[in-house]
Design a protein around this ligand. Structure first.
Ligand code: ADP
Ligand code: MG
Length: 258
């Protein structure tokens, strides 16, 4: 299996980074022991900061290098504390990509093309998207086979879903016919509230939803601060167990669709 997954939602703060990190770590850990590559496409670099001790990188050591038109090499791959997990870090310079590619005919294809030399060396490549439907996110959707959509049970969150689904449909039609939504996952979720039940009903009309939902816990913020995954920081926490279940669910769905 060499699958590229994009964790996408143009809304900020819905747990894209947290979900991408824990899917990546979950797939790389003991049970599954898959070779995983995490790509940070958000210029805010939250995922990079959690996974890597070093904080300063030259542009050639980051994903920005790929957007400049260079194929990936070992120079952009950075090891983490987890044996099977490598990272292509983000760069603040990613904010320039929109302007840099505005006249480039291959603007939407840079990531896909320049990732391809190494993509077969990883069982899973997980792309953490920025909170926008920008050229960076479109590049992720062009490069991906599957999309995972973290969702919050709030009205504003649901309002944004139509725009996201439209963008995904456009990419499917024009650039990447094999792209599909693997599923939406509710994060920071409290199933007992009325709003959660209303939102679950509403969103399930637009996309498949994972059975796993992710509850809230301060352990998430604490683990990020300590640059650890929840698997190390709080192995028995309800969020850790929920991400473990989600990882299994994602893995099973991917095995079915190949
Ligand atoms: P995004 O990448 O979509 O902007 P993040 O993953 O950075 O979202 O999460 C946004 C904020 O919410 C972060 O401060 C993160 O620590 C916090 N957070 C994420 N998931 C949870 C959770 N399950 N419980 C509590 N806080 C969470
Ligand atoms: Mg993020």
């Amino acid at each position: 299996m060499n699958v590229v997954l994009s964790v996408t939602n143009q809304k900020g703060g819905v747990a894209k980074t947290t979900t991408a990190l824990h899917l990546a770590a979950g797939l790389a850990r003991q049970h599954l022991k898959k070779k995983v590559l995490y790509i940070d496409l958000d210029p805010q670099r939250n995922g990079t900061d959690v996974l890597l001790k070093k904080s300063e990188f030259d542009a050639e050591q980051t994903v920005f290098h790929l957007f400049q038109g260079n194929p990936i090499t070992s120079q952009q791959l950075h090891e983490t504390d987890l044996e099977n997990l490598m990272v292509v870090p983000s760069s603040l310079q990613l904010v320039e990509v929109e302007t840099m590619l505005s006249n480039a005919l291959d603007g939407f294809f840079r990531l896909n093309e320049n990732l391809s030399p190494l993509v077969n060396e990883f069982d899973f490549t997980i792309i953490d998207c920025p909170p926008s439907l920008s050229v960076l996110t479109i590049n992720a959707l062009v490069a991906a086979k599957g999309i995972i959509i973290p969702l919050q049970a709030s009205k504003f969150s649901v309002d944004g879903i139509h725009g996201l689904v439209n963008a995904i449909n456009t990419v499917q039609k024009r650039y990447n016919a094999s792209l599909e939504i693997i599923g939406g996952v509710f994060t920071m979720f409290n199933e007992r509230t009325t709003i959660s039940q209303m939102m679950t009903e509403e969103i399930s009309q637009n996309m498949k939803l994972f059975k796993s939902t992710i509850p809230s816990s301060v352990a998430v913020e604490e683990a990020h601060l300590l640059k650890q995954s929840l698997y190390e920081y709080a192995p028995k926490n309800k969020v850790t167990i929920a991400y473990e279940q989600l990882t299994k669910e994602v893995y099973n769905v991917l095995q079915k669709i190949g």
